[in-house]
Design a protein. Structure first.
Length: 146
């Protein structure tokens, strides 16, 4: 399971004296434990992926904020943390695969109007869970619907 792999990787990073990886993975472990407590049961692999995606999104948002705030050193740190966390996510879908799923969802709805983005997203997101970000799917929906 991913949780055990993360714990093993913390040990390896400690031995390698890679403090950024140690700190990042410890934050991830804390987030996973908090989620387990909040839900009241052991996390399924889908729930683990959701937590990791949420942590990656936090890093993405922080990186953008630091870039806008002219803090490139902090933006770079957030980017490195994103890469570390990304190792534990499933392989990302190609744009062609995402486009295919979006086109299928649009055909199911029978509408290609952009105002149906929310309805299309509701159909697509469960199919791409963990393998494509919501932003990528949203961009593809808008591109295909245009």
């Amino acid at each position: 399971m991913v949780f055990e792999k993360i714990q093993n990787d913390v040990t390896q990073a400690m031995k390698a004296r890679d403090q950024l990886t140690v700190d990042t993975l410890r934050m991830m472990i804390a987030a996973l434990k908090n989620e387990r407590i909040a839900l009241g049961h052991d996390l399924s692999s889908d729930e683990v992926v959701s937590v990791i995606l949420r942590e990656v999104k936090k890093r993405t948002d922080a990186q953008e904020a630091f870039q806008k705030g002219n803090r490139p050193e902090l933006a770079e740190k957030e980017g490195k943390e994103k890469v570390i966390l990304g190792r534990y996510l499933p392989v990302q879908m190609s744009d062609e695969e995402v486009e295919s799923i979006v086109r299928e969802a649009i055909a199911d709805l029978g509408s290609e109007e952009v105002h149906n983005v929310g309805q299309i997203m509701k159909i697509v997101m469960p199919k791409v869970h963990g393998t494509a970000t919501g932003q990528r799917v949203s961009d593809m929906v808008k591109k295909v619907s245009a």
